[in-house]
Design a protein around this ligand. Sequence first.
Ligand code: SF4
Length: 281
Amino acid sequence: MDNNQPEKNVQLVAESPYILRKDISKDTPEIDIRTALATGNTGFLHSFTTGSAVDGPGIRIVAWTSGCQFKCLYCHNPDTWKIKNGIQVTIEKATATLEKYSEGLKIMAGGLTISGGEPLLQDRFTVNLFGAAKKMGIHTALDTNGSLGSRLSNDDLEKIDIVLLDIKAWYPENHRRLTGYEIAPVIEFAKRLAEIKKRVWIRFVMVPGYTDNPDEIKMIAKFASGLINVERVDVLPFHQLGRYKWKELNLPYALEDVKPPAPEQVDHIISIFRAEGLKAV
Ligand code: SF4
């Protein structure tokens, strides 16, 4: 197979990120992956999906990258953890795919969101694709767990109109328990974005029994309200659409029996953010 082409029957544009993608680039040599990561001339994508109204302003096309160093207990798309589960795509092909939707995105006041996985694991490809989008006059949003923000130069950040920054917990031990990683680099990135006045929406996933401690949420809210660039907070209720993926990938899933929160539980979390003067939805 030509490594720059998706395998037969694997469509780059998918109906939903909740379809399972596994081992699609399993035969790609490590040296090719290292070159791709270093140059950004090629990326690895779970898919593109269109028509999203929840991943940034307006109606958006979302590029879902594969590869994530976090291992969130509540991850909805654990098939995006491994870079080789994604489709290998040249920057030219990704740009051409985006171009097909460019006029519609502008009409719908939307744009391109790069999400994942963790897009900054493929920081050069992500920046290249944002650069291509800006040349087309398309609005750009980065959806990130924030831990690799130091990979972006200020010039790179110029190509990004808004950052959707996940804050998954506040207490370091809870952040480690949830993600396997430290929160400190995320906070550093948040502060840097504030210093350069980059538009930010914070995203917080509400998982009953894991991320619903009001005292901890208040700490996140206080931190966010102290940053001049945070325009809003999206409180995202945990759901189980990705549960089947954990099973298919033979991964132990700790949240098997966790139920999505009731609307009044979500409203309560929203009220904690609003009490600190934030626009929370
Ligand atoms: S950061 Fe996102 S993609 Fe990565 S493990 Fe967490 S929820 Fe999944």
